[in-house]
Write a protein that binds this ligand. Structure first.
Ligand code: SAM
Length: 362
């Protein structure tokens, strides 16, 4: 089963048990160190005993000069409270860490260290009703937090992001690549309220999981499966200020105009022409390279004309007729769902334009 299939099935079945590798967290977090000094970090989908997010911040607590680390774990998490000798029964709980001392000096955070952290009277643990990130108890932790860092349940990504926006929180979270095109998420990207992280889009990410996956392997004796995932954030980072080098020159032959948008089709981000200042349709992976000083996002090719950029809306008769022409049988070719070039739909496209203040090259 390919990464996207795994994800679709997980969404459908509301299965969310994909656990992030410490190496992936370290690789991304190294770009944001300066954001964390004096801050309260919340990992609100994270059982300390299974979550590498908790592990990362506990390990890095002093180096990052954190004020506080809060982790909450969910009722249905496979190991919620299971390994915690403090509670005799399996139960969701919240841990708040304000001091990390490396008394055993081995530099490792493991089960013993979590219990060790909890022996420090400055650090507290308490039971939660259910640990749902939307519950009143978790929302009060969210209000207190400065930065939320986690991999939330894929099936609740929209709701998770809506809460972060509602409470005006800084965040760095993992989501699936498709989330870019959600109608609740894309407008936030368009308005530069959120953006993607430093890790490149290619290759997906490997998560510990018991799910079946076509693309799976074993790391450290545990199964990992590949899911097309990226980081989403509203913390600034260096990569989004790097300019894309433009080397191609515009010609109408090489860059056809859409039939239904006043824009040209650019099949690869690397081929954005250096001398074109109108609207261009580019692949979604453009966001991996997007620099808001160089380009503005105008909208996306989609069915509902949410961004008011369509120049033509096809009738259902035209969609049926086109299907017949292309495939020789009855059906509907949904021309309104995409950018159309010479009567054929192209892949999903984001509509962008160069910023006017850039020097215009001849
Ligand atoms: C994709 S996993 C990631 C776990 C962990 N954050 C990590 O990265 O290793 C999402 C986690 O969210 C938990 N979860 C599911 N629904 C939740 C909810 N409503 N509130 C809080 N956590 C939830 C799942 O049990 C699962 O452990």
């Amino acid at each position: 089963m390919a990464g996207n299939d795994v994800l679709n099935r997980a969404n459908k079945e509301k299965k969310d048990e994909f656990y992030t590798q410490l190496t992936d967290i370290e690789a991304e977090l190294q770009h944001y160190t300066h954001h964390f000094e004096g801050k309260t970090v919340l990992c609100n989908c994270d059982d300390p005993y299974e979550s590498n997010f908790f592990k990362f911040f506990a390990l890095q607590f002093n180096r990052l000069k954190l004020k506080k680390l809060i982790a909450t774990c969910y009722d249905s998490s496979s190991v919620a409270g299971e390994q915690l000798s403090i509670f005799p029964d399996k139960h969701p709980y919240m841990i708040q860490i304000t001091e990390v001392t490396d008394e055993n000096g081995d530099g490792a955070i493991d089960l013993a260290d979590v219990e060790h952290l909890l022996k420090n009277r400055k650090n507290v643990i308490r039971r939660l009703k259910n640990g749902d990130f939307r519950s009143a108890e978790c929302l009060s932790a969210l209000k207190e937090a400065d930065i939320v860092v986690t991999n939330p349940p894929f099936s609740l990504f929209r709701e998770f992001m809506a809460l972060l926006m509602q409470y005006n929180k800084k965040f760095l979270i993992i989501g699936n690549k498709n989330a870019i095109t959600y109608k609740e998420i894309f407008p936030l990207i368009k308005e530069n309220l959120i953006w993607t992280g430093c890790r490149g889009f290619a290759g997906g990410m490997w998560f510990f999981s018991d799910y079946e996956g076509k693309t799976e392997k074993i790391i450290g004796g545990k199964k990992v499966i590949n899911v097309p995932s990226i980081w989403f954030t509203n913390l600034d980072h260096h990569k989004r200020h790097e300019k894309i080098d433009l080397y191609k020159t515009y010609s109408p032959d090489e860059y056809p105009h859409y039939d239904n948008y006043d824009a040209i089709e650019v099949g690869k981000t690397a081929e954005i022409p250096c001398n074109y200042y109108g609207i261009m349709g580019v692949p979604i992976t453009f966001l991996d390279k997007y620099n808001p000083d160089q380009f503005e996002i105008m909208g996306m090719c989609e069915n509902m004309d949410l961004y008011g950029l369509k120049t033509r809306i096809y009738t259902s008769e035209e969609c049926k007729q086109r299907y017949l022409e292309l495939f020789g049988k009855n059906g509907t070719y949904d021309l309104n769902a995409a950018g159309v070039v010479n009567g054929k739909k192209v892949y999903q496209r984001i509509l962008i334009r160069r910023k006017q203040h850039e020097n215009k090259t001849p």
